[in-house]
Design a binder for this molecule. Structure first.
Ligand SMILES: Nc1nc2c(c(=O)[nH]1)N[C@H]1C(S)=C(S)[C@@H](COP(=O)(O)OP(=O)(O)OC[C@H]3O[C@@H](n4cnc5c(=O)[nH]c(N)nc54)[C@H](O)[C@@H]3O)O[C@H]1N2
Ligand SMILES: Nc1nc2c(c(=O)[nH]1)N[C@H]1C(S)=C(S)[C@@H](COP(=O)(O)OP(=O)(O)OC[C@H]3O[C@@H](n4cnc5c(=O)[nH]c(N)nc54)[C@H](O)[C@@H]3O)O[C@H]1N2
Ligand code: SF4
Ligand SMILES: [Mo]
Length: 704
């Protein structure tokens, strides 16, 4: 890999004389505030911003190597228009931005006339500058269907924390905790916020006990005091049994529960009626009853404590109730929003960067898709249902899809169906860094700038309210444009140019910061604004319908759903033909399918793999370091095997970063590793609409 620069002496000299710009990294969603070292128009180094509370100077390989994206010769450079029919791999010709804006504006007008603006949807992952698209497509055009990618990620958790606490994304106050129980969260591997991982390790040094519940002996489990090797898809059973022990043995915080929780008595009766005892749970989750009791007692009697999930216990059809049960443990013990607990953080008072006057604001004529699809409690679009809307008009036709910094062909389950959907769209627009697998299915592909080439202002991922800024440190690649310029260009062609009056990014940044006690210039100097960390918001009343923590949820009852969490088996169970359960986990040296064209990271970690327990490996003839075949009822892949001891037998762990099987993206990424997402069929969480990536049974064998 000759792109990798090995001349360390020269590099250090460059770093020494470089200009330092405060910014943030968005290689992964944790957006660490950074210092970017720039010399002669090139980025020569990047590290964490030591002053920012949510980075404190920390570095990770992905962030440090991220400058490569601003110099990657494989990046998209020009707007590209499809020249061949849909259904074939896309062929494209270069067009001008003016042609691209006219093409999209004309199509949008036509679609509004024929199908109504509701038939246009947008999903995004990597880029909250997406709010500029929202102003255009929602506020002015009139589509209610502006969505993110949460159903492909932590939708089950998000729905759980919204129901229980009325909070969209609680953070973790590890630093003050004495007992941390993580259910399928691998902070140290899928580094979720470097500062959180550091806080967790510091807390451990001060005597905090760390318990990791995970079928896999992950990087975090390896640092834990106790690893609980649970059977996949069964966290709900174990957490409900722990709740029962805590209630039966009167270990809960009675005063807290009486004052701040809705439905405690009903929940107690529910646990009794269903018989959610530790002995029952043992038969389901494989953890012995005595151990469940001990963990329950420890959790309830060590203070402060925290039980937290992210998305590991999701990804199953029963994942949402599992998540609720894990957080009810916090509620029962009064361990919510105090120091050392999950933290219901305050958000910074950011203002929308564009003001659309009330009298021109469009009124959508239909319910947003998630409501029309029958998932009113879903925090985001159940995107596994989108093909039904596109291909069958169910619940109503979707004719255009704007795909912003997300690659559903690679990232969603059941790739075949996602690709089929694209053939049926009248307009598919991809806003990307690369000609991604999804871009290849689109009509038009717009090259966007990366976070090193444009400005963004976001909520920081920290305990207190925080604003973080990334600013253009180098020139855009080719003719790539930031979202705010692309939207302005389309809006001008639609006759709405006046609503996007900014000339420079600082113009809209000033609007965004209206209520933040920091000017744009100061923010450029410092890179972040941070407010006070607060605790104890529960007694003030929470933004739930009752103002309390809702162990019982009336909203669920009204939707015909169980108002208390239940345990129901997941929908796909291994059998004689397909005896192995699939699970997924991330690669520590890559982020999702974003970094696989980075030669530095590829040199460290050049392909993904599957972890197989040694018992299963012996049984099925799979050898360490060699290729194996994984077959599901739907498809098969060839992937390298890592034989391990620390994994529950009967399940495999496929390291995501399946982007290694990229057939598009760039020369470095192409063809490396395996793409696992066509192994699974479409399964959707019945409440939250989350994608269920682990609802998949397979058989494995050696490839040789
Ligand atoms: N290095 C790196 N960092 C990343 C990312 C990356 O790709 N690489 N991605 C970013 C993104 S988008 C996200 S969402 C986060 C993800 O952060 P995490 O969710 O912490 O990371 P994963 O590796 O996906 O962890 C999922 C864990 O769930 C476990 N698991 C599977 N099934 C079950 C189950 O039934 N019960 C329990 N208890 N555990 C189960 C898996 O074994 C795995 O260890 O990381 C972010 N940060
Ligand atoms: N099998 C399996 N599938 C999974 C997972 C798993 O563990 N296993 N994890 C799931 C999870 S947690 C998530 S979050 C999803 C993520 O899946 P996606 O929503 O697809 O998001 P990413 O993989 O983060 O990035 C997708 C695209 O964003 C582009 N991109 C990156 N930065 C920028 C930018 O600044 N601007 C623009 N316009 N584009 C950019 C990249 O080139 C890439 O093609 O995948 C899910 N899919
Ligand atoms: S943790 Fe994520 S955001 Fe932070 S430096 Fe690493 S890749 Fe960038
Ligand atoms: Mo994610």
């Amino acid at each position: 890999m000759n792109v990798v620069d090995r001349n360390l002496g020269e590099r250090l000299a460059e770093i020494k004389n470089a200009k330092i710009v405060k910014s943030f990294c968005y290689t992964c969603p944790w957006q660490c505030p950074t210092e970017v070292f720039v010399r002669d128009g090139r980025i020569v180094y990047q590290k964490g911003n030591p002053e920012a509370p949510n980075n404190i100077g920390a570095r990770c390989a992905k962030g440090m190597a991220s400058w490569h994206v601003s110099q990657d010769p494989d990046r998209l450079k020009y707007p590209m228009l499809r020249t061949n029919p849909k259904g074939e791999p896309g062929q494209f010709k270069r067009i001008t931005w003016d042609e691209a804006f006219s093409f999209i504006a004309d199509k949008l007008k036509d679609i509004a006339e024929k199908w109504g603006p509701e038939s246009v949807a947008l999903t995004c992952h990597h880029d909250p500058n997406t709010n500029f698209y929202h102003h255009l497509l929602k506020d002015l055009y009139g589509s209610p269907n502006m969505y993110a990618h949460t159903s492909g990620c932590e939708q089950d958790r998000r729905a759980a924390v919204l129901t229980l606490f009325g909070h969209v994304f609680p953070m973790h106050d590890f630093a003050n905790s004495k007992y941390v129980m993580l259910w399928g969260m691998n902070n140290l591997g899928a580094n979720q916020g470097l500062w959180e991982s550091r806080a967790l390790m510091d807390a451990k040094d001060k005597g905090c006990r760390l318990v990791v519940v995970d079928p896999n002996f992950t990087e975090t489990a390896q640092k834990a005091d106790e690893w609980v090797p649970i059977q996949p898809g069964t966290d709900g059973a174990m957490a409900l049994a722990m709740c029962k022990v805590i209630i039966d043995e009167k270990l809960y915080d009675e005063a807290f529960v009486n004052a701040h929780c809705e439905g405690f008595n009903g929940f107690r009766d529910h646990l009794n009626e269903k018989g959610y005892t530790p002995e029952w749970a043992e038969g389901v989750c494989g953890i012995d009853a005595e151990r469940i009791k001990r963990l329950a007692r420890e959790f309830a009697t060590t203070k402060p404590a925290m039980s937290a999930i992210f998305k590991g216990s999701g990804f199953y059809t029963n994942g949402h109730d599992a998540g609720r049960a894990c957080y009810i443990l916090d509620a029962l013990c009064g361990e919510v929003d105090k120091p050392g607990n999950i933290n219901l953080k305050d958000w910074a008072p950011l203002t929308a960067p564009v003001k659309i006057p009330e009298d021109v604001m469009a009124q959508p004529g239909k319910d947003p898709l998630h409501v029309a699809m029958g998932y009113p409690l879903a925090p985001d679009l159940p995107n596994s249902k989108l093909p039904d809307a596109v291909m069958n008009g169910d619940p109503y036709p979707v004719k255009a899809w704007f795909v912003h910094a997300t690659n559903p062909v690679m990232s969603d389950p059941n790739r075949d169906r996602v690709q089929d959907m694209f053939k049926n769209l009248e307009l598919a627009v991809s806003m990307e860094l690369y000609m991604s697998e999804t871009s290849l299915e689109c009509d038009i592909v717009l090259p966007e700038t990366s976070f090193h080439e444009h400005a963004e202002i976001r909520q920081g991922m920290w305990l207190g309210p925080e604003v973080v800024l990334c600013q253009p440190v180098v020139e855009p690649v080719g003719e790539a444009k930031p979202a705010y310029e692309i939207v302005k260009g389309i809006a001008e062609k639609m006759g709405w140019g006046e609503h996007f009056p900014y000339e420079t990014w600082e113009d809209w940044a000033e609007v965004a910061l209206s209520d933040i006690p920091m000017s744009v210039e100061e923010l450029k100097e410092k890179g972040f604004w941070a407010g006070e960390v607060r605790y104890n918001r529960v007694p003030d009343g929470l933004p739930t319908p009752s103002g309390k923590i809702e162990i019982y949820s009336k909203q669920y009852e009204e939707q015909g759903l169980n108002p208390y969490p239940n345990f129901v088996e997941r929908s796909v169970i291994p059998d004689d033909d397909y005896p192995i359960q699939v699970t997924h986990s991330k690669l520590s040296m890559h982020c999702n399918i974003v970094t696989q064209n980075n030669p530095y990271l590829m040199e460290i970690c050049g392909e993904n793999w599957v972890e197989v327990n040694s018992v299963d490996a012996a049984k099925y003839g799979v050898r360490d370091g060699e290729m194996c075949i994984i077959e599901s009822p739907k498809d098969s892949i060839e992937i390298r095997a890592k034989v391990v001891e620390g994994l529950v037998p009967g399940c495999i762990s496929i390291r995501h970063g399946h982007g290694f099987g990229h057939w598009a993206m760039g020369a470095t990424a192409k063809g490396k590793g395996a793409h696992s997402n066509n192994l699974m069929d479409t399964h959707t969480n019945p409440v939250t609409g989350a994608n269920c990536y682990n609802e998949c049974k397979v058989r494995i064998r050696s490839a040789s």
